[in-house]
Design a protein around this ligand. Structure first.
Ligand code: NI
Length: 261
């Protein structure tokens, strides 16, 4: 299994991080895409350092829409440098969040465009976070057209939103939300999307799937999302694992020797 999107900042797991990674490996997780975002560039630096030290961890770096308004030119310069570091496999998570609106919408839009431009310059895929902003996000993705494609992480839309992103060539990543009772529209989208365009993620430490809901999430819990997805699509867990792992490996161009499945 591959966790295509998790946050492994030491601050979330303190001295338990090594144990969290080991538990996931024991559960069958063969690769982690560690998303390095947060105020400033500390989380991005940490993700790059972690990936340098763990053979099965890869990093992304970027500006989260929440932080768009507090990202300085010096931060951007450092992120541009980090995006070219070894084992950095994507730019993000970036995007638009009109639900929390921690940064003004126009500032989020500018940061999203700038992030996609960075992804184009580095030929990396874009990891998008979109909440209550699907129309604007799809318009920006269409206009900026990241050449290496990308993924809408922790997808929370229904079939119409899924179709818009799929038509633009993007992948959809499903999180523990798939297991939540009130997520019928997300389950419909997960059943609808082509098998070669879907990924799974934990988004740890957030959004723990049922039966862990409310607890701190960790990559070992990816199996709950995979088995829910398998049930929705009428496939064996091993089949859905093989497909989503292969999709993740291709999108992020994980090295061939990164074990898959
Ligand atoms: Ni995330």
């Amino acid at each position: 299994m591959i966790d295509s999107h998790c946050h492994l900042d030491a601050g979330y797991f303190a001295d338990e991080r090594a144990g969290v990674l080991e538990r996931a490996r024991q559960a069958g997780v063969s690769a982690f895409v560690c998303v390095g975002v947060g105020r400033g560039t500390a989380a991005a630096q940490e993700a790059v350092a972690l990936a340098a030290g763990e053979p099965d961890v890869f990093a992304t770096v970027g500006v989260h829409p929440h932080d768009a308004a507090v990202t300085s030119e010096a931060d951007w310069t450092e992120l541009e440098r980090l995006s070219r570091a070894p084992r950095v496999v994507g730019v993000g998570e970036t995007g638009l969040d009109y639900h929390y609106e921690h940064s003004p919408r126009d500032v989020q839009q500018l940061a999203y465009r700038r992030s996609i431009a960075l992804a184009r310059a580095t030929n990396l895929p874009v990891v998008s976070h979109v909440r209550d902003a699907h129309l604007d996000a799809a318009a920006i993705l269409a206009a900026e057209a990241p050449a290496a494609g990308g993924v809408i992480h922790c997808f929370t839309g229904g079939v119409p939103e899924a179709r818009a992103y799929l038509d633009l060539g993007h992948h959809l990543s499903f999180s523990g939300i798939l297991t939540f009772k009130n997520a019928g529209n997300v389950r419909e989208a997960a059943a609808f999307a082509p098998l070669d365009r879907i990924l799974v993620e934990t988004d740890a430490p957030y959004l723990a799937p049922i039966p862990h809901r409310g607890a701190r999430n960790e990559p070992a819990f990816i199996v709950e999302t995979l088995s829910t997805l398998a049930g929705l699509r009428g496939l064996a867990v091993a089949e859905i694992d093989r497909a989503t792992s292969e999709n993740t490996r291709k999108l992020f161009r994980l090295p061939q020797d990164a074990r898959v499945g």
